[in-house]
Ligand binder design. Structure first.
Ligand SMILES: Cc1cc2nc3c(=O)[nH]c(=O)nc-3n(C[C@H](O)[C@H](O)[C@H](O)COP(=O)(O)OP(=O)(O)OC[C@H]3O[C@@H](n4cnc5c(N)ncnc54)[C@H](O)[C@@H]3O)c2cc1C
Length: 480
C-alpha cells in the first residue's frame, strides 16, 4: 500500500506554494496534491463566446482547477507598508505567526511571484501626499482608508504565471491528481490517516470511494470548498468557531469618477461602520478599467466578481462593497444564510446575476433592460439581467450599502451618481473558522488547514504565504 508523506486537498495558491517550498527544501518526493478541477491549461470560461454563464459541469472553471480561484483572478498581490506595525489586509495569518514573520514571508513569496514573471512595477507607493489628503477626507466621514503597495498581475498574466508554476511542479516530479474529488477523510482515534476520493465525473453518483493514505493531510479547499469543509468538520467533530459571511454587491462606475483613487493607489480599501447597524462595510477587489465577471459555486449559485486585464481595458472601474454578517445564536450558519440570499437573487435573474441602477433603488423601482441600454454607465457584464436586487438582499445589508455609498460620495465625488450600477449577489463564503494552532494543525492530529477555506487568509498573497509557512513546518517536523 502506497503511503504519501503529505496529501494536500485542493490546488489553489496556498497548495501550490506549499508544494513549491517543499520542492525547494528537497522534501517533495512523496507528496500528492488532489484537485477536483482541471489543469490550468485546460481551464476556459466560455462566457465570452456564449454571452452568458452556462454553469460548466462538473465544476466552474473560474473557481476550480490548478491555482484555484487565482487563475482568473485580477492577480492583485497585496504587500505591506514597512512602517506599519500591523498587517491590515489578507486575513489573520499574522495572528498565528506574528507580524514580523508575516512580513518576511510576504517578501519571500513576492520574490517567487517575481521569479515566475510578475510585473516588477509596484502600485500605490508613490503619491504619499495625495493619499494622505484622501485619508483625511475619509476620516471625516468615519471611513478608514487602507493603502498598501500592490503588485498587479492582471487576469491573463495570472493564468500564464500559474501555468509556469504548474510546469515547475511537474518538472520536479510533484504528484498531481486532477479531476478528482476528495469526498471524505479517513480519521481514526482523532488522527488523520488519509482521504477518500472519486472521479469528478461521478460528482452526482454514489460510487465506491478509493482510499489514499497519509499521516499528514492539508485542507486547502478555498472558498469554493467552504461548504464541503463545514460539512466535513461537522461529520468528524473537527473543532471550529462561528464564522462570518460577507454579503454585498459589485459596484461599477466610470473610471473618470475613480481617477484619483485609481492613479494614486490603484486600489483604495475603505472600511466603514455606517449607522444605524454599524456593521463592518468595506470596499474590496477594485479593478480600474476592468470587467465585471461571474463565478459559480457548488454548481448552482451564480455570483458576481470582477477583474482587469493588463492590456484589454474598459472605461469603467468595478469594486465590491461587502457587509460582514456574523451569526451565533440560535442560528449559526453563515454559509446557509449567504446561500439563501444568493438563491433568491439568482431566481429573480432567471439564474443570472442581476444589475440595477443606483438611481432606480433611490426611486424604489426595478431597472428595465431598455433603461440599462440607454444608461450613462454601460455594463461590462453583458450576461447580467436588469432587475431589482433589493427584493433579495435584505433590509439590513441594503441599508448598510446605501449609507456607505452616501459616505463614500463625500470622499469621491460622483460615487453616488444615479447611473452607477449595482450587481448582485457578490458573496464571500468562508467555512466556520477551523480551529488551528500556530502550526495550522486542527484538533485532529496530522490534519492541517491553510488558505481562504478555513478562514485563515483572504487573498492571493496571504493564501500563498500560508502554504510556504506550512511547508517549512512539515519539512522540519514530519518529512524525513
Ligand atoms: C474573479 C476573482 C478575482 C480575484 N481577484 C483577487 C485579487 O485581485 N487579489 C487577491 O488577493 N485575491 C483575489 N481573488 C481571491 C483569490 O483568488 C483567493 O483568495 C485565493 O485563490 C485563495 O487561495 P486558496 O488556495 O485558499 O483557495 P482557492 O484558490 O479557492 O483553491 C481551492 C481549490 O480547492 C479545490 N477543492 C475544493 N474542495 C475540494 C475537494 N473536496 N476535492 C478536491 N479539490 C477541492 C477547488 O476546486 C479549488 O481549485 C479573486 C478571486 C476571484 C474568483
Amino acid at each position: 500500500m502506497q503511503k504519501y508523506d503529505v496529501i494536500v486537498v485542493g490546488m489553489g495558491p496556498s497548495s501550490v506554494f506549499l508544494a513549491y517550498e517543499l520542492v525547494k527544501l528537497n522534501k517533495a518526493k512523496n507528496i500528492l496534491l488532489i484537485e477536483e478541477g482541471k489543469k490550468v491549461e485546460n481551464r476556459v470560461c466560455p462566457i465570452e463566446k456564449t454571452g452568458k454563464c452556462i454553469k460548466c459541469k462538473p465544476f466552474c472553471n473560474i473557481t476550480s482547477g490548478f491555482s484555484g480561484a487565482g487563475a482568473f483572478s485580477d492577480g492583485k498581490l497585496s504587500l505591506y507598508n514597512p512602517e506599519d506595525d500591523d498587517i491590515y489586509i489578507g486575513g489573520e495569518l499574522h495572528e498565528y505567526i506574528g507580524v514580523d514573520e508575516t512580513k518576511k514571508l510576504i517578501d519571500y513569496t513576492d520574490s517567487i511571484y517575481l521569479s515566475f514573471g510578475a510585473d516588477t512595477n509596484l502600485k500605490g507607493v508613490d503619491y504619499k501626499e495625495e493619499v494622505s489628503k484622501i485619508y483625511k477626507k475619509a476620516k471625516k466621514e468615519n471611513l478608514n482608508l487602507i493603502s498598501i503597495p500592490i503588485r498587479h498581475l492582471g487576469t491573463e498574466k495570472s493564468h500564464e504565471l500559474y501555468g509556469k508554476l504548474e510546469n515547475y511542479l511537474r518538472d520536479n516530479n510533484v504528484n498531481m491528481m486532477f479531476e478528482t474529488i476528495v469526498a471524505d477523510l479517513i480519521i481514526e482515534d482523532n488522527k488523520v490517516k488519509g482521504v477518500k476520493v472519486k472521479s469528478s465525473k461521478d460528482i452526482d453518483n454514489d460510487v465506491d470511494l478509493e482510499n489514499i493514505y497519509s499521516d499528514n493531510v492539508v485542507l486547502a479547499v478555498g472558498r469554493k470548498g467552504a461548504n464541503w469543509l463545514t460539512n466535513i468538520c461537522d461529520k468528524h467533530n473537527i473543532k471550529t468557531n462561528p464564522g462570518v459571511v460577507d454579503i454585498g454587491i459589485r459596484y461599477e462606475l466610470p473610471d473618470e469618477i475613480m481617477k484619483d483613487i485609481n492613479k494614486y493607489m490603484y486600489e483604495g480599501k475603505f472600511i466603514g461602520r455606517p449607522e444605524p447597524f454599524r456593521d463592518k462595510v468595506r470596499t474590496f477587489c477594485q479593478n480600474p478599467s476592468g470587467f465585471v465577471s461571474t463565478e459559480v459555486y457548488d454548481n448552482d449559485l451564480t455570483l458576481v466578481n470582477g477583474h482587469s486585464y493588463k492590456d484589454k481595458k474598459s472605461t469603467n472601474t468595478n469594486l465590491a462593497i461587502l457587509v460582514s454578517h456574523h451569526f451565533n445564536y440560535p442560528f449559526d450558519k453563515p454559509i446557509e444564510y449567504g446561500r439563501n440570499v444568493a438563491k433568491n437573487l439568482n431566481e429573480l435573474g432567471n439564474g443570472n446575476v442581476v444589475v440595477q441602477r443606483l438611481g432606480d433603488i433611490y426611486r424604489g423601482k426595478r431597472t428595465w433592460p431598455e433603461e440599462l441600454e440607454n444608461n450613462k454607465v454601460e455594463p461590462t457584464l453583458k450576461a447580467a439581467v436588469a432587475g431589482d436586487i433589493t427584493f433579495a438582499l435584505g433590509y439590513r445589508t441594503m441599508t448598510d450599502i446605501l449609507q456607505f455609498i452616501r459616505e463614500m460620495d463625500k470622499v469621491v465625488e460622483g460615487f453616488a451618481d444615479p447611473s452607477n450600477l449595482l450587481y448582485g449577489p457578490e458573496i464571500k463564503f468562508y467555512s466556520n473558522k477551523v480551529d488551528i494552532d500556530k502550526n495550522f494543525e486542527t484538533s485532529v492530529s496530522g490534519l492541517y488547514s491553510i488558505g481562504d477555506g478555513g478562514g485563515l487568509t483572504r487573498g492571493l498573497m496571504m493564501a500563498s504565504c500560508s502554504g510556504v509557512h506550512l511547508a517549512r513546518v512539515l519539512a522540519e517536523t514530519k518529512i524525513k
